[in-house]
Structure formats: structure tokens, C-alpha cells
Design a protein around this ligand. Structure first.
Ligand SMILES: [Zn+2]
Length: 180
């Protein structure tokens, strides 16, 4: 993966932390291996997903908690130390075909190793390029999600804009109607 592609990698990290039962009112969206495979496949991880085991699921659940902890306490040094610790699965640093810095996984890496590396470089890329104020909690009053804002203006407010943003719009609309 390209080291400067933090929009993609931090986006996957955001998606991962928002699969928890805490965010979905008691229903874990990564409850089993099938759900993990379905999560990983669209992110170019189909091959590793095909070899995933129960140990991967447990490791990804731990990773999810670790990344959430980082987003919830966005101190610069802490983010750098925590995210760096997730990159121990790096096998090689090279220049890719477009001569961008890229990292590849160590040999025999697992799906959880890949997701760990993705989250690590995503967090580090955002800290370096955009700053630590891009790690935030969702603004929707009924949502306990969190996200990494990689938008250019940096004014993202919701963990899942299509869902939490819409809920807030609907609630505001109803409140307006009730007042009128
Ligand atoms: Zn939300």
C-alpha cells in the first residue's frame, strides 16, 4: 500500500472502529469470520480474507479497540506511538510503480496483520499531513461512533455521514415542524 494514501487507509480504520456493538446499539457488525471476510474483500484483501482464521477475528477485534482508543485520545505523541506499534507487520518499504513510498506486508502475513498495517499507516499519514485534530467523536447525539476526518476542509462531523448526518437532519426537520 502507498504510504501517502492516507485517505484510503484512514477510511478503512474509520470503517473498522464503527463496526462495534457499542456503535450499533448492541449488534456487533463483525461478529464472525464471514462478516470479517465481507468487510475485508472490498478493500483489496480478498486473498488474505480467503485464508482468514478464527485467530484473525480475535486479533481484528483487539485491533478495533486499539484504534478506537487512539481516536478517542488524539494526543500527537500517543497517536504516533500507538500507530507505529501497529506497523510491525511491514515486510518491506519501497517505491511503487508511480514512485510513491509504499509498504508491503511481511511474508506469510495474515488478514489481521494487513488490517493492522492499514490502520497504522492511515493514522500516521493523517497525523503527519492533517494533524491530530482530525481524530474525532461523531457529532450525532445518539451515536457513539468515531472517525478520522480526511476531507480537505476538515469539517466532517459524523462517523457515517450518510447515516448519522441524515438522522440529525431528520430530527432537526421534525423539531422545526413541531415548532411551526
Ligand atoms: Zn455516528
Amino acid at each position: 500500500m502507498a504510504l501517502d494514501d492516507y485517505v484510503r487507509t484512514a477510511g478503512i480504520a474509520t470503517e473498522l472502529v464503527n463496526t462495534t456493538a457499542e456503535v450499533w446499539h448492541g449488534v456487533d457488525h463483525l461478529p464472525d469470520l464471514d462478516a470479517l471476510v465481507a468487510f475485508a474483500e472490498p478493500h483489496g484483501l480478498a486473498e488474505l480474507a480467503g485464508r482468514a482464521r478464527a485467530t484473525d477475528l480475535r486479533a481484528v477485534h483487539r485491533l478495533r479497540a486499539t484504534v478506537r482508543e487512539l481516536i478517542d485520545h488524539p494526543d500527537r505523541e500517543r497517536l504516533i506511538a500507538g500507530a507505529s506499534a501497529l506497523t510491525t507487520t511491514v515486510g518491506q518499504v519501497t517505491l511503487d510503480a508511480r514512485t510513491r513510498w509504499a509498504v508491503s506486508l511481511r511474508p506469510r502475513a495474515t488478514l489481521s496483520d494487513a488490517l493492522s498495517l492499514i490502520c497504522g499507516v492511515g493514522v500516521l499519514g493523517v497525523v503527519q499531513t492533517l494533524g491530530e485534530d482530525r481524530f474525532r467523536a461523531c457529532s450525532a447525539p445518539t451515536c457513539s461512533g468515531a472517525f478520522i476526518d480526511t476531507t480537505r476542509p476538515g469539517r466532517r462531523r459524523y462517523c457515517m455521514p450518510g447515516l448519522c448526518g441524515n438522522r440529525v437532519n431528520v430530527a432537526n426537520h421534525r423539531a422545526r415542524q413541531a415548532r411551526e
